[in-house]
Design a protein around this ligand. Structure first.
Ligand code: ZN
Length: 260
C-alpha cells in the first residue's frame, strides 16, 4: 500500500460541482476509438457503482448480484439519455459479444457468478430495444434479435427500471445533496497514459457521481481509484468502500476496438 500511495498524483475530496470540466472530451469530437473505450469504461464503472450501492444501502438482492449490477449500469446510462450514453451501451454490448466468441463452455463457466458473456450482451441490447424499438432497431438487427422479442424486452426493461428506481426512492437525497467522493488517479506507466487521459477527459467518473448524487444519499465517503492492477479488471472493495478501475481493462477495450 505504501508503494501505491507513493505513486499517487491526485487525491481529492470532491463534489461533482467543483470538478473542472474544461478538459472534457466533447462527445461530438471524440474519435470512434475514444468513444468505444470511454463508453465501455463508463458501463463497467456504473456496474461497480451498482455493487457499491447494494452493499452500502444493504439492499436485498432477489436474483444474482452480478445481474443486478449490470442492470443498474444499463438503466443509469439509459437515464442519462445522451448520444454518448446510448453509444456506450451499444459499445458495451459489442464488447461482450466479442468476448463471448472465446468464452469456454464448461461447467465452471455455467456455474460462475456472472451470466455468460453473450447473455450480458443480449440483455443490454434487449433493454435498449425495450426503451426505444425504433431507435435501436439497427442494434437488434445486428444482434439478430427477432422482432417478436421486442415486446418482451419492453416489459423486461420496465420491470428492471421500476425495481431499481423504486428501491432507490427510499434513499433519495435532499435536493442539492452531494456524496463525498475521493478520487485517486495513480500515475500511469507510459503504456497506460492514454487510458488515464481518456478516463479523465471523458468525464465518465464525474457523470457517474452526478447520477449517484441525483438518486442516492450514501452513508459514507466513497473512493474511486484508477490504477494499474496487473490484470484487466474493475472491482468494488467493501472493506474501504472503493471502486478500482484498472488501466489494463481500459487498454483491453482499446485492443478489442483495434482488433474488430
Ligand atoms: Zn460485478
Amino acid at each position: 500500500m505504501a508503494n501505491y500511495i507513493k505513486h499517487l498524483i491526485l487525491s481529492l475530496i470532491v463534489s461533482n460541482l467543483v470538478i473542472a470540466n474544461s478538459y472534457a472530451l466533447d462527445p461530438n469530437a471524440m474519435t470512434e476509438r475514444e468513444e468505444y473505450i470511454a463508453g465501455n469504461a463508463y458501463h463497467v464503472l456504473m456496474h461497480e457503482m451498482g455493487h457499491l450501492v447494494i452493499d452500502q444501502l444493504r439492499l436485498a438482492i432477489l436474483g444474482q448480484e452480478e445481474d443486478a449490477a449490470d442492470n443498474f449500469a444499463t438503466i443509469a446510462l439509459i437515464d442519462e439519455d445522451t448520444e454518448f450514453a446510448d453509444n456506450a451501451l451499444a459499445n458495451t454490448a459489442h464488447f461482450w459479444f466479442v468476448l463471448s466468441d472465446s468464452q469456454s463452455s464448461d461447467a465452471s463457466t455455467y456455474f460462475a457468478e456472472h451470466d455468460l458473456d453473450i447473455q450480458r450482451a443480449y440483455r443490454i441490447v434487449c433493454h435498449l430495444v425495450g426503451v426505444d424499438a425504433e431507435a435501436f432497431d439497427y442494434l437488434a438487427k445486428a444482434a439478430e434479435l427477432a422482432e417478436d422479442n421486442y415486446d418482451t424486452c419492453g416489459a423486461n426493461f420496465e420491470q428492471t427500471a421500476d425495481s431499481w428506481f423504486s428501491t432507490l426512492d427510499a434513499h433519495k437525497p435532499e435536493p442539492g445533496f452531494e456524496n463525498q467522493v475521493e478520487l485517486i488517479y495513480q500515475e500511469p506507466e507510459p503504456q497506460f497514459e492514454t487510458a488515464l487521459s481518456i478516463l479523465r477527459e471523458s468525464l465518465i467518473v464525474e457523470d457517474a457521481i452526478a447520477f449517484i448524487n441525483t438518486y442516492v444519499a450514501l452513508p459514507n465517503v466513497i473512493t474511486f481509484r484508477a490504477a494499474s492492477c496487473g490484470e484487466a479488471n474493475a472491482f468494488y472493495d467493501s472493506s474501504d468502500i472503493s471502486i478500482t478501475m484498472c488501466y489494463e481493462l481500459i487498454n483491453l477495450y482499446a485492443e478489442i476496438f483495434d482488433e474488430t
